[in-house]
Design a protein around this ligand. Sequence first.
Ligand SMILES: CC(C)(COP(=O)(O)OP(=O)(O)OC[C@H]1O[C@@H](n2cnc3c(N)ncnc32)[C@H](O)[C@@H]1OP(=O)(O)O)[C@@H](O)C(=O)NCCC(=O)NCCS
Length: 162
Amino acid sequence: MKYNIRKAQLRDIEAILDLLEPYSKTGVILERKREDIENNIDSFFIAESENTIAGVVSFYKYSDALIEIRSLAVNENQYKVGIGSGLLNTLVESLLFDYPGAKIFALTYHPLFFKKYNFTVVPKDSLPEKIWKDCKNCINLENCNETALIFNKQKGFNNDEK
Ligand SMILES: CC(C)(COP(=O)(O)OP(=O)(O)OC[C@H]1O[C@@H](n2cnc3c(N)ncnc32)[C@H](O)[C@@H]1OP(=O)(O)O)[C@@H](O)C(=O)NCCC(=O)NCCS
C-alpha cells in the first residue's frame, strides 16, 4: 500500500478526530479535544493513503529535555503495512533534529511494537512529570497497565524491517 507522511494541517483535524476517537473511547490512547489538536497542529504528522488519512502521531514537549510520543494511531483496516512504524520513524527523526538532547518516551499498551524500534522499558515513576500531569484524566487511572519506554538514541531507530 502506498502512503505519504506529512505534517498535519488545520484541514486535517476532522479526520484526525475520527481516527483517534475509537482508541480514546476505550482508553488505548488519551482523548484529544478539537481545540487541543487545533492549538498543537504543528506537533502532528499524518499518513495519507489514497486521499484518506490512514494514521497519525504527535508529541508533547514537557521541556527541551523531555518529550512524549502521543496519539500514535493507524486505521485498523490499514494495520501492518508499515504506517505506524513509518509515522514513528518520521516523528523520532524530526525530534532528534529539533531537540537533540531530549529524552523521548512513550506510554503504551503495545510495548513490543516500540521495542522493535529501539525503545527500552523504564519504570513509570522515572517519568514523574507525565504521570502527575495527564494520568488524572485517563479512564484507566485506577488500573493502568501501560508500559513506559524511552527511545535509545545510541542504537537509533531500527527501520531495516520495512
Ligand atoms: C500500534 C499501531 C500504531 C501499529 O501500527 P501498524 O501500522 O500496524 O504498524 P506497522 O505496520 O508499522 O508494524 C511494524 C511492525 O510492528 C509489528 N506490530 C504492529 N503492531 C504491533 C503490536 N501491537 N505489538 C507488537 N508488534 C506490532 C508489525 O507486525 C510489524 O512487524 P514486522 O515488520 O516484523 O512485520 C496500531 O496497531 C494502532 O494504531 N494501534 C492502536 C492505537 C495504539 O495502541 N497506539 C500506540 C499507543 S501509543
